[in-house]
Design a binder for this molecule. Structure first.
Ligand SMILES: [Zn+2]
Length: 423
């Protein structure tokens, strides 16, 4: 059987060529097989009956469409559609289908129009496919080769660091990463002034024809605040990502000044008149006004001490950290799934969502920091800094930092992008 197939592949392309006056003897070895289909190389081209080709259809995804609804509308049998989508689910979660995507299906030419295959671009350069092979559905994915490019933005930040970066062309998820990393050193509520600016260096991943497939990682950012520069560098070691300053000191290990994005301080630390209880008392934390549902991040690496509902605090999380530090997050609408006492959390990990549970006048996060059992002002609290990189790790970090700085300098002089070595 494999031999016969190979012979057919040899013969058919020849038959499609402009007919030579006479078949060359060299073309002769095939006839035994070709003849068995009732055709020979002697047949003039065009006289060959068209081989039954599977019908191919491209289905455009409209808002509200699901994969199953698309397949049924295209006339695919329901049981077949289910079997194909079950296999597809191993490489493409169906809920990731978006309006504007295109789904290509092939169906058998016979009357039963059996589904033969289904493919779609899960993301630019990333194709997923299910195909019927020997009566079974087989899922596959293919990615075009990617090349890494270094790009750079520079912008003023008077109207807010996050919106400024996005307007300058940085994708929102990368802009979030920058804000989160910088929030170890910067209080975005207070520190931004007219004339402040930021530079961000990040990766763009391009396909073989130079097409943009996706954005990669932020590698460096430099924020200039009233002449003071805060420079951060990404370093990956042992599968972990950390940010370091120019001196090789880690940024993590400290405390996120603002454990959520896009919030403003609505009540500061210290004595104040309580909005509900009416009398003056100590406000033992900071309040951040933010829409209900806004993700709340762990302010530092640590272990969950408690996750529960209390009368005043409402839904409240307490995290224990190194150095006898504790952080508290109150009035939450929801806890992150799986969060319970004893669970380890990473700095920046979402632990819950802003809400208005307990004694609260509206959606906000009440955030406390305790050091050695005493509530301290989260805006100024500073746990002891972790040690800087040393030895070989430090040497490697500074070599990589200088190489990247040289490339960023080229971009600053007008180069659009620089191709980076594969990793
Ligand atoms: Zn409060």
């Amino acid at each position: 059987m494999p031999f016969r197939l190979a012979a057919l592949l040899l013969v058919l392309p020849l038959a499609a060529l402009p007919a030579p006056a006479q078949a060359e003897p060299a073309e002769a070895p095939a006839p035994a097989q070709a003849g068995s289909r009732g055709e020979g190389p002697e047949e003039p081209p065009g006289a060959e009956p068209p081989s039954p080709e599977p019908a191919e259809q491209t289905l455009a995804v409209a808002p509200g469409d699901t994969l199953i609804s698309l397949l049924l509308a295209a006339g695919v049998d329901r049981a077949e559609a289910h079997a194909a989508l079950l296999a597809l689910g191993t490489v493409f979660p169906p809920q990731r289908l978006r309006p504007g995507q295109e789904v290509t299906i092939r169906t058998a030419p016979e009357e039963d129009s059996r589904l033969l295959s289904l493919s779609l671009d899960a993301a630019p350069g990333h194709t997923v496919l299910v195909e019927r092979r020997d009566g079974r559905w087989v899922a596959e994915e293919a990615r075009v080769p990617e090349t890494r490019h270094l790009a750079r933005i520079e912008t003023g930040v008077e109207r807010g660091v996050f919106p400024a970066m996005v307007e300058a062309g940085l994708p929102p998820n990368l802009a979030h990463a920058v804000v989160r990393a910088l929030s170890h050193r910067v209080d975005f509520q207070r520190d931004i002034r007219e004339g402040d600016s930021i530079v961000v260096a990040f990766e763009r991943l391009r396909g073989p024809d130079g097409e943009l497939l996706r954005h990669g990682r932020v590698l460096h950012a430099r924020l200039t605040l009233s002449g003071r520069e805060i420079s951060i560098w990404r370093r990956e070691a042992d599968g972990e990502v950390h940010w370091y300053d120019d001196a090789g000191r880690p940024l993590a290990g400290g405390l996120l000044r603002t454990p959520l994005d896009g919030a403003r301080i609505s009540s500061r630390f210290g004595a104040r008149r309580h909005p509900i209880l009416g009398y003056t008392r100590m406000h033992s934390g900071l309040d951040f006004a933010a829409p209900a549902g806004t993700p709340v991040y762990a302010a530092a690496d640590g272990v969950v001490e408690s996750v529960r509902s209390e009368r005043g605090y409402g839904n409240v999380i307490r995290l224990r950290h190194q150095g006898g530090m504790l952080t508290l997050y109150a009035h939450l609408s929801r806890f992150a799934p799986g969060l319970r006492a004893g669970v380890r959390v990473r700095q920046g990990q979402t632990i819950g969502r802003v809400g208005s549970t307990g004694l609260s006048t509206g959606p906000h996060l009440h955030y406390e920091v305790h050091i050695a059992g005493r509530a301290v002002n989260p805006a100024t609290a500073s746990p002891p800094p972790p040690p800087a990189l040393a030895g070989r790790a430090a040497a490697e970090f500074h070599a990589a930092r200088h190489a990247l700085a040289a490339q960023i300098a080229l971009l600053a002089r007008g180069r659009e992008e620089i191709a980076l070595a594969a990793e």
